[in-house]
Design a protein around this ligand. Structure first.
Ligand code: ADP
Ligand code: K
Ligand code: ZN
Length: 432
């Protein structure tokens, strides 16, 4: 195992020992903030009473609402003058929340990010293009400082402007990129339009994350670009990217447990799920000094993968994210995750790189309509063939989600594009 730093190579017992020490320090540090001082007092929790990892269940949770309520700075555990940067969540699900960092926090974050990149084979000789939005979104500066720390020539391309992205990729012989999955699928159609095959470029590694995507979508990206695509998970409350990352086995994401304490709980009860079961990821910062966040309810659904990773790293792995608990759709009484739909679509060769899920109301009945982009070569004039394809897609979806959706076939690039994270679901039930 070729590691970036010593903490990456720790054994299981070493990780556990490190974690309890750091957790105790993190709790003491959190108690310095107005928010946690009050919260701990209100619920009668004494941070000094935590002596082992078995005590974790007694520590109160922190929710997104808590972060909103402590806006703008009630969670700071050090004086305001110690802070050197702030980020805010992209607000996919409501009012943004703000996270502050000291210089030490930023240095640690950059090291974690550099560790992720080293793990997937990037080195100081690589040229790295960061195609995510900069600004308050952590995928910009977060990845950027990691890439620089590793020593890569780093191109802060930012989001959008596809022709310029392709020119940069080509002219500077880029070998590594960071890209959002929905944008990576879309960008391929621009490559096709200008007649460049990305497989002919020196590009070999992509860090892909920030929004849910399926194994099938990853497979497509690897095929279309001739690269390895590694899943990258993070959230602004836990810094941003660099929280959990795939190794070269591409079999689940290692959570960096020297920096984070991860738990998986039943979203309804907050109790730990049985080993290996699906639940909500709960995360604690173990080293952030400026703004520690304790037992944060991420609302992201995943599971711990059992067993040891063949790569030898002892940091536990989480499964590809199933989406957020609040992404779940309930149609005709059936629970559906948008990723179940993506899995079916991306496995069908006729389907192009984009889709949209529309929820509608027909009288008293909720219906689901899936608008599916069809590859140019399958978009034939023959109505019968298209009708047959439509039926086939509907049947496959039915097998997966247990309700029969209406399927609408659309031409390439006719679905609305968003800059940044894709919004796959449109809910028209209120207006109609
Ligand atoms: P927002 O909550 O406004 O989207 P963030 O930028 O902090 O703000 O986004 C973090 C969220 O993005 C995570 O909680 C998760 O839902 C999603 N996310 C990040 N990386 C991945 C990934 N690799 N797979 C699935 N979802 C991801
Ligand atoms: K370099
Ligand atoms: Zn591994």
């Amino acid at each position: 195992m070729d590691c970036y730093d010593a903490a990456e190579a720790l054994s299981r017992p070493e990780i556990a020992q490190l974690q309890i020490g750091r957790l105790r320090r993190s709790l003491a540090q959190a108690a310095q903030s107005p928010f946690y001082a009050r919260r701990f007092a209100e619920v009668g929790f004494d941070p000094e009473s935590v002596h082992s990892l078995d005590d974790v269940g007694r520590i109160p949770f922190t929710t997104k609402q808590d972060l909103r309520d402590s806006y703008p700075d009630a969670m700071l555990a050090l004086p305001h003058s110690e802070m050197v940067r702030m980020h805010a969540s992209s607000g996919t699900t409501g009012t943004p929340t703000v996270i502050y960092h000291t210089q030490k926090d930023l240095d640690w974050w950059a090291s974690l990010m550099a560790r992720c990149m080293y793990m997937v084979g990037l080195r100081r000789t690589d040229v790295f293009q960061n195609m995510s939005g900069y600004g308050l979104f952590t995928g910009g500066l977060g990845i950027h400082y990691g890439a620089e720390k590793l020593g890569c020539l780093t191109i802060p391309a930012g989001a959008g402007n596809s022709h310029r992205q392709i020119k940069l990729l080509t002219d500077f012989k880029v070998t590594g990129i960071h890209i959002i999955p929905s944008y990576a699928l879309y960008l391929h159609s621009i490559f096709a339009e200008i007649g460049v095959d990305p497989r002919d470029l020196p590009l070999r590694v992509a860090l892909v994350g920030a929004e849910p995507y399926t194994e099938e979508a990853r497979g497509r990206l690897q095929e279309l670009y001739g690269i390895k695509a590694y899943n990258s998970y993070g959230l602004s409350e836990m810094n941003g990217p660099g929280v959990a990352f795939e190794c070269q086995e591409q079999n689940g994401m290692h959570v960096w447990e020297d920096a984070y304490l991860a738990e998986i709980v039943d979203p309804a009860t907050g109790e730990p799920v049985a080993e290996g079961e699906l639940g909500e990821l709960v995360m604690t910062t173990l080293g952030r000094e400026g703004m520690p966040v304790i037992r944060y309810r991420t609302r992201d659904m995943t599971r711990f993968l059992p067993g040891q990773c063949p790569c030898g790293r002892a940091h536990r792995r989480i499964d590809r994210l199933h989406g957020r608990c609040d992404d779940m759709l309930i149609i005709k009484g059936v629970n559906i995750f948008p990723m179940q739909i993506e899995r079916v679509l991306m496995a069908m060769p006729e389907v192009g790189q984009d889709y949209q899920i529309v929820l509608e109301r027909d009288g008293y009945i909720d219906n689901i309509r899936v608008r599916v982009e069809i590859r140019d070569e399958f978009f034939v004039e023959d109505m019968r063939q298209l009708g047959a394809l439509q039926k086939r897609i509907a049947a496959r979806l039915r097998d997966e989600i247990l309700v029969t959706p209406k399927v609408e076939l659309v031409e390439r690039n006719s679905l609305p594009k968003t800059e940044g994270k894709a919004s796959r679901v449109v809910d028209k039930r209120e207006s109609g």
